[in-house]
Ligand binder design. Sequence first.
Ligand SMILES: Nc1ncnc2c1ncn2[C@@H]1O[C@H](COP(=O)(O)OP(=O)(O)O)[C@@H](O)[C@H]1O
Ligand SMILES: [Mg+2]
Length: 254
Amino acid sequence: MTSATELQQGPVAASAQHVSKKYGSGETEVLALRDVSIDFSAGQFTAIMGPSGSGKSTLMHCLAGLDDVSSGMVRIGDVTLEGLSDKAVTRMRRDRIGFVFQAFNLVPTLTAKENITLPLDIAGRDLDQEWFDTVVGRLGLSDRLTHRPSELSGGQQQRVACARALVGRPDIIFGDEPTGNLDSRSSGEVLSILRAAVDDLGQTVVIVTHDPRAASYADRVVFLADGQLVHELLKPSADDVFAVMRGLGEGEGN
Ligand SMILES: Nc1ncnc2c1ncn2[C@@H]1O[C@H](COP(=O)(O)OP(=O)(O)O)[C@@H](O)[C@H]1O
Ligand SMILES: [Mg+2]
């Protein structure tokens, strides 16, 4: 483990300030986030952990401009999302953010290669062929590029979704359990390429994970419980992470 002062603090890539998020109203009201304030430094790899229903996905969706906050403020770089038009938020997501969701969101009629380059094609940006080759090679997809999603295993589809988020070199990559459906080898490939995106390209990565081993790839691990930030570890080992999870009543592998 590392103390706070030993971790380099770059400029802030994404920030939530006093963010609360309410779903529903009256009897069905759920307070998914309660006054959450957190900064994500540029060039850092952060893992968000916490029990099921603790607000991890909600926080990630709010940070990425996929969901509105009920109160508080979200910033990506120096841009405050509140007050931007839907169109401007969409453009910001397209240009600066990459996502890997639990459901891979691949287009069934496109090949793996076309799915991977789709965000660049939509943005009218050029493909960096060398980086594309590096990403698909590291993720073991080089001989699967002409296949459609239905012709790929779940793990391969997940890796295509990762490649799609990485290939445009967005400032910040959000992943909601990006290794959730992968065997340990594929999981290791995805995590090490996310780590390389941070170390070699200075990108910022934020993932939600349940896996202490996945979290041990991160520079910083933050824990949510009941919509609030309750704990934080810097450069932890998998054992450090597991100890905190057990303390939060999450030792049963959820
Ligand atoms: N669209 C929604 N409508 C109503 N409640 C929701 C919605 N999304 C999430 N919630 C609720 O908000 C809380 C936090 O959910 P979520 O962020 O998905 O948790 P996690 O990702 O940590 O499992 C849960 O109680 C969940 O049921
Ligand atoms: Mg979730």
